[in-house]
Design a protein around this ligand. Structure first.
Ligand code: KPL
Length: 306
């Protein structure tokens, strides 16, 4: 039986652990100990409690756990590299990693640095934690798996199959880079604005925000063109990106975006993984990114107060 280590017991990490646990061996790894009995609330409102094996990073070396077939890194984007470094001594460098981060920061860096295979996952599964022993699976969504160099198709297929058996709708893809940037584009348009203004996604439709949102999308669309990221849904340039962003705003109108949740909890945001790659790219290509920089520095100022 393939063993799956899940490093980062946040909402996606715990959802993954609950889903995989009935079909395979899993271990959740975090900095703090977790209660053994963990509760999952399904999108239908059903509650299921099961025992999930977990260890802390500090305990890892003294536990004789099965050798992992996959190490899933489910931390926030900014914490992924440090999380991997914290277990690197006890994991063979040939072990496949699966990166579940938002943005496009951890993925290229770890693909370059880790000697073994590195898969990236992008998902629209919605989940949030309710304390140290509970996770709510708020909404189902597809998951796509692939690697940035398109050399691990068989491994991506194996993992997608396992995730499928675990109840995810998972598809192996050969365009994960496109998909990661596409999600990043939507996150860049929505997350900083809602986080800075303390509003739910749907409020962006109002006059106070809609013009700024469209101006952000304009900068983002020009950058993505230079990165060879095709506009979504077979559309053309900026209009296609704007239509996608408004569609996501509509579909998630009642959501508190992840960046707003971070700000409310006084946690460092994922601005470095979402706005960072866009600003870097704009600077490399000599494109305007004044608004993206403004959002980034407003968020930095806010974080400095935490
Ligand atoms: O993915 C999201 C997030 O919260 O990070 C969006 C699409 C903005 C939905 O809230």
């Amino acid at each position: 039986m393939t063993s799956h280590w899940i490093l980062g017991p946040g909402a996606i990490g715990r959802l993954l652990a609950h889903s995989l646990s009935p079909i395979t061996d899993i271990t959740l790894i975090g900095r703090r100990a977790l209660p053994e009995q963990q509760r999952l609330t399904t999108p239908e409102g059903e509650e299921r409690t099961q025992r999930l094996a977990s260890v802390t990073v500090a305990e890892l070396a003294s536990h004789s756990l099965p050798v992992p077939g996959f190490v899933h890194i489910t931390t926030k984007a900014m914490a992924a590299e440090a999380a991997l470094a914290s277990i690197a001594d006890v994991v063979a460098p040939t072990t496949p990693l699966v990166l579940w981060q938002n943005g496009f920061l951890a993925q290229p860096r770890l693909t370059d640095r880790w000697p073994g295979p590195v898969l990236c996952a992008t998902t629209t599964q919605g989940a949030y934690l309710t304390g140290s022993d509970g996770v709510v699976h708020a909404g189902r969504g597809p998951t796509f798996i692939g690697d940035l160099n398109n050399q691990r198709a068989a491994l991506a297929k194996t993992l997608a199959q396992t995730l499928g058996e675990a109840g995810f709708t998972a598809t192996p893809v050969d365009d994960i880079r496109q998909r990661l940037w596409q999600k990043l584009a939507v996150n860049a348009a929505i997350n900083p604005l809602v986080a800075l203004n303390g509003v739910r996604n749907g409020e962006l439709r109002g006059d106070a925000y809609a013009v700024r949102l469209a101006a952000v999308v304009k900068e983002v669309a020009a950058i993505l063109k230079q990165e060879n990221i095709a506009p979504p849904n077979g559309g053309e340039g900026e209009d296609a990106w704007l239509a996608l962003v408004w569609q996501v705003v509509e579909n998630t109108a009642n959501n508190k975006a992840s960046m707003l949740q971070d700000v409310e909890a006084r946690r460092t945001t994922e601005r470095g993984a979402i706005l960072g790659p866009l600003i870097d790219s704009a600077e490399r290509h000599g494109l305007p990114c004044g608004l993206l920089k403004e959002l980034d520095s407003e968020l930095a100022k806010l974080e400095a107060k935490f």
